[in-house]
Design a protein around this ligand. Structure first.
Ligand code: NAX
Length: 327
């Protein structure tokens, strides 16, 4: 029997990630074949014509689960009654633009989208931020949603996790599924910390299987950190299909039960001594109905500890840059 429809909002619907995402959501691949969907797509006015083309293609797929598609430039209309918001839309860095300019420019949009979510969305909804800088954009959104619990906000680090699993599996000639408990700590940026201490390969500690600490601490981490740039260099465009795939993985994890995953979440009350007002990527365990716990008991060697401090410092600096937009 079909469930009652879920309203899923996607921002940046005319962009390249969305082009790899919307069709998979509408097919049922993200929320299941028994979950009808009302898709609400928020875009900026200059991208509405392109979005109309995407809409035509959605229509031409005749998806049985897709009950309605709303295209809008109004955040309040988009988030009205939303059960899940996937915030992909964000401005890319322009010529001569510093990272700081990008952070403050993008954060402004997350102030207004946060306010619209708080006013219009279902209070039990989940917010999943992809648009960069995703951790800090998520923090800004969360600060503008006082009526929605902090535990309902997520920022994406699953793509970094998937990239890590592939590199390790290739190095030791195993399958990606044999690499478990993989965590990305901290920020989705070049300071991110793929965990090379607690990850397991076929149930054994990663260092004892790889037997090459120098590779893990240097080549592996750098390959993961720079993978996005490598894709841009080869393809001329940033990662889109793998990013959309990681969004699907993340949302399925969020709504699963007893599943280990990694994502940026509110650091309040975290067991690792990280500053308490950040969106920081941790090891998580899903608890059903979109709930999770930050997993305890992950241990740090000095290498990991030093890097986790650096990514925390970067997130605090990003928060300082948008301090005037937080409330
Ligand atoms: P595109 O530039 O192809 O698409 C972005 C879309 O967002 C455009 O259609 C634009 O009109 C729209 N947009 C811009 N501002 C908006 C606003 N205020 N409200 C609604 N829509 C708005 O970018 P794409 O390749 O799709 O990437 C989207 C975002 O994902 C970027 O910020 C990118 O950096 C980020 N990524 C995040 C990843 C992660 O792991 N967290 C990985 C992939 C990706 O790099």
């Amino acid at each position: 029997m079909l469930k009652s429809p879920m309203k899923v909002v996607i921002t940046g619907g005319a962009g390249q990630i969305a082009y790899n995402l919307l069709f998979r959501i509408a097919s049922g691949e993200m929320l299941g074949l028994d979950q009808p969907i009302i898709m609400s797509i928020l875009e900026i006015p200059s991208s509405m014509e392109a979005l109309e083309g995407v809409h035509m293609e959605l229509q031409d797929c005749a998806y049985p689960l897709l009950k309605e598609v709303i295209l809008t430039t109004s955040a309040e209309e988009a988030f009205d009654g939303a059960d899940l918001a996937i915030l992909v839309g964000a401005k890319p860095r322009g010529p001569g633009m510093e990272r700081k300019d990008l952070i403050t420019e993008n954060a402004k949009h997350f102030v207004s989208q946060g306010a619209a979510i708080n006013k219009m969305a279902n209070k039990n909804m989940r917010v999943f931020v992809v648009g960069n800088p995703c951790n800090t954009n998520c923090l800004v959104t969360m600060h503008h949603c006082p009526d929605i619990d902090n535990s309902q906000f997520f920022a994406m680090t699953q793509l970094d996790c998937n990239r890590s699993k592939y590199q390790i599996a290739t190095k030791v000639s195993c399958h990606v599924d044999d690499v478990t408990d993989m965590v990305i700590w901290g920020n989705h940026s070049s300071t991110q910390v793929p965990d090379i201490f607690n990850t397991k390969v076929n149930g054994k500690p990663i260092r004892s299987v790889v037997k090459d600490d120098s590779w893990l601490e240097n080549e592996f981490i750098q390959t993961v950190q720079k993978r996005g740039a490598a894709v841009i260099k080869a393809r001329g465009k940033s990662s889109a299909a793998s990013a959309a795939n990681a969004i699907l993985d993340s949302i399925r994890n969020i709504y699963s039960t007893d599943q280990h995953f990694t994502a940026g979440v509110c650091s309040k009350g975290n067991p690792y001594g990280v500053d308490e007002d950040l969106i920081f990527s941790f090891p998580l365990m899903s608890k059903g109905d979109g709930k999770y716990e930050i997993r305890k008991g992950f241990e740090f060697d000095p290498f990991l500890e030093e890097r986790i401090k650096l990514t925390e410092k970067e997130l605090i600096e990003e928060r300082d840059m948008v301090a005037h937009l937080l409330k």
